[in-house]
Design a protein around this ligand. Structure first.
Ligand code: 3NM
Length: 203
């Protein structure tokens, strides 16, 4: 999540509320039209990192390994075209969490061989939050990854709402990664709680 995802509200408030609702990991993703750059992006990142620290929630930076290193982030999330996970981890420290987006069995296999800790798998459903999203894959892709013997944590991403999350979890995902269904909800805390309430039941 980043500043452009928050329906004009302060991202710090949105994140605080989301964490109060049960969000267990946060990824700073400052992307898209009107997003902050340079110093302003760093300032927001630091504020959001402080909220995460206070709550004991891991703070992950999307794509920008320099930012992750400068901030001492808990981890980084990258795409297929970025540096291999193991080299990112050696830059950030061996405890760093490295997540990689995967859109097929082949991409997943490569990311795991390269040292990914978890995979973001999507898009599960149509999304408005990523302009260059791949074609929708649906929860079936998660099932396919599991049937190929992939055991590392998988999180579904893309267009996931509390109503659409159960098939993703039932397909074998360990969790869901969500932007708009929480960040643009009238009450991000309640929206996050609607997701966390699913876990006991669907996994
Ligand atoms: N990655 P929302 S879909 C950041 O398929 C991102 O890899 C995707 O936002 C992928 O929850 C996506 O608002 C956007 O749909 C997720």
């Amino acid at each position: 999540m980043g500043s452009v995802n928050c329906a004009g509200r302060n991202p710090v408030t949105v994140l605080r509320e989301a964490i109060a609702g049960g969000v267990t990991m946060f990824q700073f993703r400052e992307k898209g039209a009107g997003s902050l750059t340079g110093q302003a992006a760093y300032e927001l990142a630091r504020e959001l990192q402080a909220v995460c620290r206070e709550a004991g929630v891991p703070f992950i930076v999307n794509d920008d390994v320099d930012m992750a290193a400068v901030l001492g982030a808990d981890g980084i999330h990258v795409g297929q075209e970025d540096a291999p996970a193991a080299s990112l981890r050696s830059r950030l420290g061996h405890e760093a969490i490295v997540g990689v987006s995967a859109h097929s069995v082949e991409e997943a296999g490569r990311a795991i061989a390269d040292g990914a800790d978890y995979l973001g798998v999507g898009p599960m459903y149509p999304t408005l939050s990523k302009s260059d999203a791949r074609p929708v894959q649906g929860p079936l892709l998660i099932q396919e990854l599991r049937s190929h013997g992939i055991t590392i944590p998988l999180v579904g991403i893309g267009g996931i709402t509390p109503e659409k999350a159960p098939p993703v979890l039932a397909a074998g995902a360990d969790g869901v990664s969500v932007i708009s269904a929480i960040s643009q909800a009238e009450e991000p805390g309640l929206a996050a709680a609607a997701f966390t309430a699913l876990y006991g039941r669907a996994t």
